[in-house]
Write a protein that binds this ligand. Structure first.
Ligand SMILES: NC(=O)c1ccc[n+]([C@@H]2O[C@H](COP(=O)([O-])OP(=O)(O)OC[C@H]3O[C@@H](n4cnc5c(N)ncnc54)[C@H](O)[C@@H]3O)[C@@H](O)[C@H]2O)c1
Ligand SMILES: O=c1ccn([C@@H]2O[C@H](COP(=O)(O)OP(=O)(O)O[C@H]3OC[C@@H](O)[C@H](O)[C@H]3O)[C@@H](O)[C@H]2O)c(=O)[nH]1
Length: 387
């Protein structure tokens, strides 16, 4: 497994120690899995939760048991953080509040989590001469230029006005009272701070801008492994509706567009960044799949079709229902209109391309959702309600 592995320039890859903050989340769990099963690297896994990586931590007879150690730490207030960053060769920061339902209901937590709490991580990396891979977001681009043209303008069809490029696209945010942009703004400011640490103090950094990575273990199913009233991201919302045989809720008509990339494809890109520092340092990378674009309505229709196939159940008579964003998310919600990543830079630096079609990634993800949750949902919904 470990021997004979070489980087993109043919040099042998030396085992390193990685301090991964937010290792217990969706992306972290897949990255830990990849690092344990395919590389010789060690992981100091930092998070407040460990449920999603439990299968990698126990039992102690696992072949990688001595290469992954979990540290239950809240990075807001724990003096052990600097020690862990010093012990590692590389820090990867995934920790954040990053669910749209939180942007306008917990705006302060969102800003603190995405900016203030990330500050010591950047500082410790810079002061100790350690490399940093920081997770930002495609939301830093905000709205596309195209959305400001009249609906029937042919300019809307011109990629120059909607394809998002790391080095040339502007970042266009909405008003302060629409607090999605506070998340975007906090992420953008930490990017700028990291860039400045690189420019002034020589911090070796890579910034990742994920474009809707989806797959197994994303978020939670309300009432099963998360709060009943919780609102996860769209994959888990729609999965929950399908599992419960309820209509999928289309916010403001489901007209927003997204490109979805399979988590396993995206993790390949992160591994290339980890193992090719000379090609990744100093860069910001879009990581997404421009070929998998759909409107949210089309996503709902495809998920309904795929779920019927994997669960062997016919769809319900009314598979979707429209809801207003105010009803669904509360006052002050705003949305990103369209997100197509330009892949030129990641292609040039790391030769990475996504592989999995939207249909295929939904098929494997919904198979997982069905296997993991269908029984639990049946039990939960058949329980008599206490009077
Ligand atoms: N999944 C995507 O498509 C996507 C898109 C854009 C950006 N991102 C970014 O990627 C990163 C990871 O996203 P994810 O989808 O895995 O989210 P996630 O919520 O599943 O994972 C984040 C993890 O960070 C942990 N965390 C948060 N605050 C912490 C703290 N103070 N101390 C310790 N741990 C803390 C959480 O417990 C959680 O396990 C985030 O920065 C997010 O903004 C993800
Ligand atoms: O049940 C639902 C849930 C969501 N939606 C819509 O589906 C779209 C996608 O919603 P998601 O919850 O997946 O989140 P978004 O794509 O807006 O943001 C996502 O990508 C950028 C990251 O930084 C964010 O952390 C991530 O959540 C939005 O237009 C939302 O309004 C529905 O129509 N119905």
């Amino acid at each position: 497994m470990a021997s004979g592995r070489v980087d993109l320039d043919g040099n042998p890859i030396k085992p390193i120690t990685i301090c991964m903050i937010g290792a217990g989340g969706f992306i972290g769990s897949h990255l830990c899995e990849k690092l344990m099963s395919e590389t010789p690297h060690k992981v100091l896994a930092v998070d407040v939760y460990s449920d999603k990586i439990k299968h990698l931590l126990e039992p102690s007879s696992l072949p990688w048991a001595d290469r992954i150690h979990f540290h239950r730490i809240n990075i807001k207030n724990d003096s052990r953080l600097e020690g862990l960053i010093r012990m590692a060769d590389l820090t990867i920061n995934l920790a954040a509040i990053c669910t749209p339902a939180d942007y306008n209901t917990r705006p302060l937590d969102t800003i603190y989590s995405n900016f203030i709490d990330a500050l010591p991580v950047v500082k410790y990396c810079s002061e100790n001469g350690k490399r940093l891979i920081h997770f930002s977001t495609c939301e830093v681009y905000g709205k596309t230029i195209g959305c400001f043209f009249p609906k029937d303008s042919p300019l809307r069809q011109d990629p120059a006005y909607y394809v998002l490029n790391e080095d040339t696209s502007p970042c266009i945010f909405g008003p302060v009272e629409k607090q999605r942009w506070s998340y975007a703004c906090a992420k953008q400011l930490i990017e700028r701070l990291i860039y400045a640490e690189g420019a002034e103090n020589g911090l070796e950094f890579t910034i990742v801008r994920p474009f809707n990575w989806i797959g197994p273990r994303m978020d939670f199913i309300p009432g099963i492994d998360g709060p009943s009233e919780g609102v996860p991201r769209v994959l888990a919302c729609f999965s929950n509706n399908l599992l419960r045989r309820e209509p999928l809720k289309l916010v403001d008509g489901g007209q927003s567009q997204r490109t979805f990339v399979y988590i396993k494809d995206a993790i390949e890109a992160v591994l290339l960044m980890i193992e090719n520092p000379a090609r990744a340092n100093g860069h910001i990378f879009n990581v997404g799949n421009p070929n998998n674009e759909v409107t949210v309505r089309q996503l709902a229709e495809m998920m309904t079709e795929v779920y019927a196939k994997v669960a062997g159940e016919s769809p319900i008579d009314t598979p979707t229902v429209d809801v207003s964003s105010k009803e669904f998310y509360g006052e002050g919600y705003d949305d990103s209109d369209k997100r197509i990543p330009d892949m030129t830079i990641i292609n040039r630096q790391l030769g990475w391309n996504p592989k999995t079609s939207l249909w295929d990634l939904l098929e494997s993800t919904l198979t997982y959702q069905h296997r993991t949750y269908a029984e639990a949902i049946k039990k939960a919904t058949s329980k008599p309600v206490a009077s």
